[in-house]
Design a protein around this ligand. Structure first.
Ligand SMILES: [Zn+2]
Length: 66
């Protein structure tokens, strides 16, 4: 019998995160495994740099989204 619902769903290797620009405070949602550098839309500050698999996030992480 498999009536219990305790199955652990493995977390995906990738996430979207909400990052706040350290320069101007603009918030942006970025993909943690981005393959391109991401800059702030407003001031051009680098928010994430591509780094092989997972990007280096330079901004302030606000939330981790599904
Ligand atoms: Zn900015």
């Amino acid at each position: 019998m498999t009536s219990k619902r305790n199955i652990m769903i493995p977390k995906p290797q990738s996430n979207f995160i909400s990052v706040q620009c350290p320069e101007c405070g603009e918030k942006r949602i970025i993909f943690t495994h981005t393959t391109t550098d991401i800059n702030c839309n407003s001031c051009g500050q680098a928010l994430a740099k591509k780094a092989g698999a997972k990007a280096n996030v330079l901004g302030k992480v606000q939330n981790i989204l599904d």
